[in-house]
Design a protein around this ligand. Sequence first.
Ligand code: FE2
Ligand code: FE2
Length: 271
Amino acid sequence: MPNTPLQDKVYLTYLDWFQEAEKDRRWKVHSDIPWEKTTKGNVPEELVSIVETFTGIELILPDYISELLHFYRKCRGSSWFIANWGYEESKHSLALDKWLIDSGSRTDDQLAAYQDQVFHKQYQTHCKSPRQAVVYTMVQELATCISYVKLEKQVKEYEDAALSKLLYFIFRDEMAHYKFNLEVVKIHLEEDREGTIKQLIYEVQNFKMPSTDIIPEWKKRDQIIQSHDVMNQEVFVESIFLPILKALDISKKEWKRFSRELKAALEITSV
Ligand SMILES: [Fe+2]
Ligand SMILES: [Fe+2]
């Protein structure tokens, strides 16, 4: 079966994105981070625990890849993106793990026990279509990027050059992941503006990170994340929701109108 025009556009978007990734964004876990500048005991335990939480989130990788590839199998642009995305995400957990061990913040056994707990639960996406998956992933990647940006700001004063550098590499990757998904959402908007905006409204109003159900002691960990302004409601509105509306050129008037319609439609279907 020939590709649809949407699949062709996604593939062209991927080619541009991949070329830029190869040219400007490749980094190596073992040789591009100044590991010799890792500090021991400088970074406070609460920030260390956020690093540990984030390495747990990065471990959801196998579940995430298998769930997303199921949607995108027939769309080469999206499938190839997931393959490349998986490679990049795999480096994030390797780098975070290495820092936790090298800094003496966690032992091999402690990290193995934590990872075992994370792997114990399997992540299942709530998404039911490729469009829903790309809209959700766009929001989630920007939320992830902003969380790393905020964490990098918080750790700066403790002068751990290795941690700062690896957080920089990670948030730069996460921003690129957001941008690919953003471009694909724009393609969906061209095809079905109303349907795509309603999907976005649903995903924003019901948004939660995959980690909520997977990471052990999530409530306690989330409180620490929120108290350090790494992610909370205010950060979500200012740094995720409003920038996405702007990037997609969706007016507040349009958002309100479709929100009302979506609410009414969901009320009818739930009767
Ligand atoms: Fe990541
Ligand atoms: Fe990412």
